[in-house]
Design a protein around this ligand. Structure first.
Ligand SMILES: Cc1ncc(COP(=O)(O)O)c(C=O)c1O
Length: 382
């Protein structure tokens, strides 16, 4: 009998437990088999070929559906593989609207690849619902939002955007990488599909590359499964197991990431060489109140603007404990220069308009003692 689970933390810990009937294994086994013996002609154990279905992946995919509150979860070899599969749902001539404050790789995928196949995208400030409405044209099929935005952490109103999408028959797609289902569940607020780079918080240890899609509705989930199976960007069973293990501590990690990020953000606000701090957990952040209505925390990502590009360079060169490295969401704190790294593919004019300049630094706050992080920032800045 399936146990009654009311809390996300319990759900995370219990992933895979009691699911292997043959052995009772607490840690769900890795099934590396590429293919499966048929019991008879026209018969199947439920598994025929690993691209189409794998027992380890199936347990993980079900877990994601439950964590996000959707009908179907699918896991991929990277966040970009998940996004690519999602975008293959659209056809030539379709128009999309996307957040302008979004991961540079998503912009590159849309502009350098899907645009070639006649799928065009308009980028707007999705923190303003009227900007989204103004961008809708008759061939618009979907809205893709990152909230909090990347790297400026702007907050888009998921409920309002969901209502607009519903009224205009658009699919509403939310990249939930920054907050994870522990802190924000967009499907429960009206989104149709959630996408993740599981390389980040879901994996959480900077040792895994993976992506996730969760569809609210079973029919859309089936269409996305058709695309996953047809194009093949699946996550191998060994990595499915590693991701499953990581998810068990996700609620604990997200709490610590969020608590520490707030302490670091408050400290940064007091530094004379820091001009602006962008963290939705700060009451002065323009999206703070909205974020409280749609999320259970503010996450571990923050950005700050220093007084000049020279100071930013100095900080990056002097960091000792905090690593100057791309990516985010791991147990170790990382610092990046978005203009040159994660957002390097966004045209310079667009970056300038958005304020993604060479003085803007982005921190992914890890699980170290916040006082040690602050000491490292202190010696690098001052
Ligand atoms: C918000 C967001 N979405 C998607 C991606 C792409 O994921 P991956 O690097 O796992 O392919 C990233 C990567 O940085 C990201 O930050």
């Amino acid at each position: 009998m399936k146990p009654v689970i009311n809390h996300p933390a319990t759900r995370s810990v219990q992933i895979g437990v009691g699911r292997d009937d043959h052995t009772g294994a607490i840690s769900f086994p890795i099934y590396p088999s590429a293919t499966y013996r048929h019991p008879g002609v026209g018969q199947s154990t439920g598994y025929d070929y690993t691209r189409s279905g794998n027992p380890t992946r199936a347990v993980l995919e079900e877990a994601f559906a439950e964590l996000e509150g959707g009908a179907r979860g699918l896991v991929f070899s990277s966040g970009m593989a998940a996004l690519t599969t999602l975008l293959l749902h659209f056809s030539s001539g379709d128009h999309l609207i996307a957040s302008e404050d979004l991961y540079g790789g998503t912009y590159r995928l849309l502009e350098k690849i899907f645009a070639k196949f006649g799928i065009t995208t308009t980028y707007v400030d999705t923190t303003t619902a009227t900007a989204v409405e103004a961008a809708i044209v008759p061939r618009t099929k979907a809205l893709l939002v990152e909230t909090p935005g990347n790297p400026l952490l702007g907050i888009s109103d998921i409920r309002t955007l969901a209502a607009i999408c519903r009224a205009r028959s658009l699919l509403f797609l939310v990249d939930n990488t920054f907050l994870t289902p522990v802190l924000q569940r967009p499907l429960e607020l009206g989104a149709d599909v959630v996408v993740h780079s599981a390389t980040k918080y879901l994996g959480g240890h900077s040792d895994l590359c993976a992506g996730v899609l969760v569809a609210k509705d079973a029919a859309l989930g089936e269409q996305l499964y058709f695309l996953q199976n047809s194009t093949g960007g699946i996550l191998p069973p060994q990595d499915c197991w590693l991701l499953m293990r990581s998810l068990k501590t996700l609620p604990l990690r997200m709490k610590r990431h969020s608590d520490s990020a707030l302490l670091v953000a408050r400290w940064l606000q007091l530094q004379p060489r820091v001009k602006d701090v962008y963290y939705p957990g700060l009451p002065e952040h323009p999206g703070h109140d909205l974020c409280r209505t749609q999320a259970d925390g503010f996450g571990g990502m923050l950005s700050f603007r220093v007084e000049s590009p020279q100071v930013a360079e100095q900080v990056l060169e002097r960091m000792q404990l905090i690593s100057f490295a791309e990516s985010l969401g791991g147990v170790e704190t990382l610092i990046t220069l978005p203009a040159l790294q994660t957002h390097g593919d966004i045209p310079a004019a667009m970056r300038q308009r958005l304020g993604i300049c060479n003085s803007l630094l982005r921190l992914s706050i890890g699980l170290e003692e916040p006082a040690d992080l602050i000491a490292d920032l202190q010696q690098a800045l001052n």
